[in-house]
Design a protein around this ligand. Sequence first.
Ligand code: GDP
Ligand code: MG
Length: 439
Amino acid sequence: SLSDKLQNVFKKLKGKGRLTEADVKAALKEVKMALLEADVNFKVVKQFTKSVEERAVGTDVMNSLTPGQMVIKIVNEEMIKLMGSETTTLELNPRNELTIIMMAGLQGAGKTTTIAKLAGQLKVKNYSPLLVACDVYRPAAIKQLQINGEKQGVPVFSMGDGHSPVNIAKAAVEHAQKNGQNLILIDTAGRLHIDENMMDELTAIKEAVPVKQTLLVVDAMTGQDAVNVASTFNEKVGVDGIIITKMDGDTRGGAALSIRAVTGKPILYVGMGEKLSDLEQFYPDRMASRILGMGDILSLIDKVQAEVDEEKARDMERKLRKADFDFNDFLDQFAQLRKMGNIGDLMGMIPGMGSKMKGMEMPDDKSIKRIESIILSMTAQERSHPDIINPSRKRRIAAGAGVEVAEVNRLMKQFDQSKKMMKQMSGMMGKKSKRGLFN
Ligand code: GDP
Ligand code: MG
């Protein structure tokens, strides 16, 4: 499986310290092969390995992690990003309005089964669903929906096979409104392959009734085909979200990894079995960890990360308490802040801090460079004991950095302000969050 292959790749990364370009390149070559074998779209693989490489080369391996584990950490994070980072939930209208959901997909993808699964979940959330049988080409399809509806205790609307899907959908809306149902789930016909008639029919239904969400159901086992199907459906019919079924039988994860990146549409649910309870919300982080099959290592990495963050935060806090925050830390913090962007934006995200800090801006890149050059003109002693910087030292520093003394004065003032600010922040770090603000 993909996870076995990746495990082997990462085991080969030996030694400590910084990840070298050669190591990372060699490992990623094999990662690439493993992903392609897992039927991940080749463009996605290319982009993916590029981002991992960019992040991994030159990265310091965290204490208590092996280089292999360090690369796994990065691969895991990039996989989560690839699958959309956040969980996307199904969009529904308020319960006092009718929501229409249409299922689309090839024959055998799992539409009829998934509709019943979804109806069951939404019924529990106080929706009143009506299943609508618009697959009129196979009599067995209507029967299947009825059986599933009965199992879930959800009514099914059907008109037999003598009517067009469009007319059935319209009649179903009337029926739902008469009977106080606020959720219509339309089961549609699939074909074995993508064909124009199928697309036209779906589009016609969308034009006839106000479909809130068109959900595409694809079979995980079909790998890259699922991705191609999704692209085509999205182009021709328009898709709002994707459901990947039969994830219980697919350990490769090719479809899950590629589909979001290729279509730009979120995966909402995954089907994990034939039972009507086997439908799960899609969590990119859980899926990544499943695909990597490295639950143990990933939880170790989480633990290490938390320890490192806490250690850094504690260290900074201790420094501030003792007031030995110095110009070396200032340089460090600058580097961190520069990575994060505008400090005003950052403060705005902290509850209660937004208004207080408004209007405070970080110097731009150019002035940061000037500030850095001033700090670099200081002696080691001056950097760690800013108190000793008297007027004559200031003149020497200014000359060394090629700036006016006034600029050195400005920096000294800024440093004091910053120190105060850091103190405030460190107080908040302790109270509000375990993770350091700068990690
Ligand atoms: P449709 O043609 O798109 O309506 O597909 P169906 O709902 O009839 O499903 C086709 C087959 O796939 C059925 O045998 C289902 O039981 C099976 N199936 C659907 N979803 C899943 C799933 O998540 N896991 C597994 N193992 N089987 C599934
Ligand atoms: Mg069906």
